[in-house]
Design a protein around this ligand. Sequence first.
Ligand code: PGA
Length: 252
Amino acid sequence: MRVKIVAGNWKMNNDLKASKLLAKKIAKSIKNLPLTNTRVIIAPTFVNLERVAKKVKKTAVEVAAQNMHFEKSGAFTGEISASMLKAIGVNTVILGHSERREYFLETDDLLVKKVNTALQNNMEVIFCFGEKLEDRKSGAHFNVVENQIKNALFHLDSEAWKNIVLAYEPVWAIGTGETASPEQAQEMHAFIRQLVAEKYTASLSESVSILYGGSVKPANAKEIFSKKDVDGGLIGGASLNENDFKAIIEAI
Ligand code: PGA
């Protein structure tokens, strides 16, 4: 059975006090939920990562980084390496988020390096991709998604895929309040799974968790998560509120 995941991407929100408080509230609120085969992950900003990781250490909540540099160390002002993350107990990193692609000009080539570095460091990657509105309107969305996945991940061997989680996030649905319909999400997720099956094997593709992201809220989570190939969500805005986040976890 594929692992289900609800991951909260806090982005550039919450100072230390707010981060610790929210992490504590989330851990407490899910304490009695039957989380069989389901993982809950939160991704605070780098500066609060260590303290939040400590706060949730003995709970069901895991932490992830929102980004990472591909080099081991050196003159890369403002950057964070894989070993720095590992040293504070962070073993999962979100890579390829559309905001990183859009505002920080991250390309497929750069993401290949980041993915490779993460995997070499035995880290798990939540790899994000998704089409823009103009791609969807022109009917290019399948092509765009196919290229994003092929360019950044299809050089990997089968073994490496044990540490890959896919996150389909149509850019037009992120932070806009507009969600892909459950049918649109399912259609794309099935397409992605087929792509992976064609490149690797059906059994490998059946084992990869594919998350949906883009304006997931308590009101729409259940319907989206009910789709066969949707294995959870990457949640932005709604992960900043413990009640909404809990309701989304309950939906899965
Ligand atoms: P959103 O963000 O839930 O606020 O749309 C999702 C994401 O960026 O991962």
